[in-house]
Design a binder for this molecule. Sequence first.
Ligand code: HEM
Length: 122
Amino acid sequence: MDVVLAAHSGLRWLVLAGLVAVIAWAFTGDRSGVPTWVRVVGGIFALQVVLGLVLYVADQGWEQGPFLAMWHPVAMIAALGVFQVGTARAGRGEGPPRVLGLFTLVALVLVLAGIPWFRPLM
Ligand code: HEM
């Protein structure tokens, strides 16, 4: 599972950078719709959650202390849900893209709060 853990650890940076980029895009200029690259960010985000689920089962996440057993998965799955709702609403043209920016901001806060920063950086 070393490879999966390394991928899961490294992908965090792509997810964080992607969410910051979506927020910057949504709050600047006259925007509409959901461009393909925002969907790609959503795909990377979803892949990260799937890798997390694999690690949780393979490395017995429930035995790795309360943070990784409970808070980490709950915060990350909730964050993905919030982001998906934001992109779905923006995709249907409900509200200005600022709405996508706000949903993504909430998702980013959840991800930042859910990352086990106490572990050594790989
Ligand atoms: C955007 C979503 C996620 C991000 C950014 C993220 C990030 C991380 C990071 C940075 C680590 C520490 C890696 C290291 O020590 O090198 C980690 C570990 C872990 N994550 Fe996630 N994670 C996410 C989603 C999930 C989800 C949804 C689950 C479970 C359902 C999960 C389960 C785990 C487990 C079990 C570990 C510890 C693995 C081990 O050391 O054996 N992650 N995660």
